[in-house]
Design a protein around this ligand. Structure first.
Ligand code: ATP
Length: 199
């Protein structure tokens, strides 16, 4: 499911609608300091459900909306879309192309869409977690991440390898299943007590 296109509109320094096409092979984005290279990777993380304004270098999520410049007034909304080629059906949709969109208004209202249909944040996270592209995946390595990996505690580093190997998703499912099992065992004990009382 190659990423085909990124469309930014009103996101951070991208006041005008900007489309970035990702052709086959490697795409390099170059530009002077402060020209918006990091804003592009942040836009990708934002669509994929990033919930922390701080990790997008802001105080409030509304800080991702174009804040104005010397020559332009601030905007009232930001919108970013990721367009995936889904011919390999890796994303759980029949469509050959899947468009994932997030938008936010200055009022604070926020919306997620998959192929122009409004969905919940959970639907976006579920869509990506099964494809190995979850928000915490190593598909995006931002500045400072390499240092963080090298300096992390052994148990945290193990988590990074588990994520890369695709084990983390199953580990999370196992934890949910074990919790359900505990609950069922408790219920069984309670039922046995009731049966004994009735005998
Ligand atoms: P470097 O090479 O130094 O890492 P960069 O090319 O990665 O720089 P970014 O950090 O992506 O650049 O972009 C920073 C620019 O984005 C700054 O000029 C900042 O003013 C601008 N910017 C950030 N948020 C907004 C916003 N909400 N509205 C307008 N401009 C913004």
């Amino acid at each position: 499911m190659p990423l085909k296109q990124l469309i930014l509109n009103g996101f951070k320094s991208f006041a005008d609608k900007t489309t970035i096409n990702f052709d086959t092979g490697i795409t390099g984005i170059v530009g002077p300091n402060g020209s918006g290279k990091s804003n592009i990777t942040e836009a990708i993380r934002w669509v994929m459900g990033e919930g922390s304004a701080k990790s997008l270098r802001g105080e409030n999520m509304k800080d991702v909306i174009f804040a104005g410049s010397e020559f332009r007034a601030p905007l009232n909304r930001a919108e970013v879309s990721l367009i995936f080629d889904n011919q390999d059906k890796q994303l759980n949709f029949d469509n050959k192309q899947v468009a994932v969109t997030r938008r936010i208004l200055r009022s604070g209202d926020s919306e997620y869409l998959i192929n122009n249909q409004q969905v919940r944040l959970k639907d976006i996270r579920d869509l990506f977690v099964d494809s190995g592209l979850s928000q915490d995946s190593l598909a995006i390595i931002s500045q400072g991440k390499v240092d963080q990996i090298l300096n992390s505690r052994p148990e945290d580093r193990r988590g990074i390898f588990e994520e890369a190997a695709g084990v983390l998703h199953f580990k999370q499912q196992k934890e949910v299943a074990l919790r359900q099992l505990d609950k069922t065992n408790e219920n069984l004990i309670r039922i046995n007590d009731l049966v004994k009382e009735l005998e």
